[in-house]
Design a protein around this ligand. Sequence first.
Ligand code: HEM
Length: 403
Amino acid sequence: MQTITLDGYADVREAYRQHDLKQALYDAGGVVMADSLLVLHGGEHRRRRRVENRLFRRGTFRYWEKAFLRDVVHDTLAPFRAAGRADLLEIGYRTIMNLTAMVAGIDQPTGSPEETDELYRFAKKFSEGATMVHTTRDPEVVRAEVQAALDDFDRVFLQPSITRRRALLERFAAGEVTEDDLPRDVLTALLRNWDELGIDEDVLRRECAFYLQAGSHSTADAFSHAADDWFTWAQRDPEAADRARRDPALLQRCVYETLRLHPASPVAQRRALAPITLRGGTEIPEGSFVVLDIAGANRDARVFERPEEYDPMREVPADVPRWGHAFGGGMHACIGTELAGGVPSPEQPTPEQAHEQVLGTVTLMLDALLTAGARPDPADPPRRDPHSARDHFAAYPVVFDAP
Ligand code: HEM
């Protein structure tokens, strides 16, 4: 079978928008990814996405950011700061875990740190299952571990969450509670649209597991890279880095520049359902396997000057997001873009624009981390993930300067 690799910015953008290119990255990760939103195609994808999109309406995350996100970020950081040290991956996962569980519709009845830790272990295992295509471990062993984690997750978290929602939906149908009493989460949306979507309990379980890992892993990864890039920048150009540290709109640009250089998903893969010719002339025969090299396209010198350089203040063409293709595009474009990345802040916001600003979780986390005086632990350098060919940190120890 022919493989075609696209690594130009414009080619990748066009490929994302082709309806005849079908998701193909997660075939190996079926144990957790089969029938999830990210692998559905055509009408099935449209129906599921329409149902889930309603939860991600513009404005929802602006409200979240104003109402409680900052507190979540600060509360999660506080014990690490008090202890004087932390691991960035752990901070990242702990911060985003409860938020992602809320989006997915996974209840945490006790709200204890142990409960978050348990979800964190599940999310990490699901993530390993989803990215099986990149694993350097024995795939059969990984698959068995992921299946066991799914069974435990189902028993401990999912079934109680389903029972509570079904009871609420019955009361809603009986007119005893109103729409406002129903949780706004993926699980409730799926239960309400069960027949229209034609799903079963296994699909439901995988969709919730997929959300848990999709939201948490990429955010934790972006956070560790964003901090690493900023620390390196601060050594090279302390004045510019410090200016960005003090201005959330500039810090957001730092995060976008990190996403461009270290996209959590460095490649996307599709299969051609029909022959396609891209505007630039590339021919994609039917049945071929198409690799969208996101990391490569994000360093396309025709779009990003000095592409290898980390330069958060760079100029980019008006129709190009600063993060390049890090949030994907077309039908599978990341549903959590606004939650994780916020909305790009204008250069010099008016007071009104500043009030409306949505910075996104990664920027809020980076802001809190740097304000707390974090720096890499000189005695314990960061380590890459030895079990993945992807550009991930497995550990990133930091210490906090005394407040
Ligand atoms: C920095 C953080 C994040 C990054 C870099 C990221 C990146 C991506 C990318 C590249 C895709 C498209 C994959 C493809 O086309 O094959 C995607 C899809 C998706 N992401 Fe994210 N994501 C992030 C955060 C989140 C969060 C916080 C959530 C939810 C809480 C989320 C939920 C999803 C879902 C549900 C899809 C599938 C959409 C569909 O297939 O229609 N992501 N993400």
